[in-house]
Design a protein. Structure first.
Length: 74
């Protein structure tokens, strides 16, 4: 399950990078980064309920890595 979560995080990050590269007229960079972070936070919370063997710390480490990568896009 943890691997699937990380795959999802990477996919979301890559899609956000693509969005920034295309720069559509409606793009609000901060809002886009926050939306991606919120979607991934939801996945992180869901994973913890589906797989109780994953600790908060394990999941949070991966989420924080993603969040920092996203913040570096701004």
């Amino acid at each position: 399950m943890k691997e699937k979560m990380i795959e999802y995080f990477n996919k979301e990050y890559e899609e956000t990078v693509k969005l920034f590269a295309n720069k559509p007229f409606w793009l609000n960079p901060k809002e886009s980064v926050m939306n991606t972070a919120h979607r991934c936070l939801g996945v992180a919370m869901f994973i913890q309920t589906v797989d109780p063997s994953l600790s908060f710390e394990e999941v949070n480490i991966e989420y924080e890595k993603l969040r920092k990568k996203l913040e570096n896009l701004l």
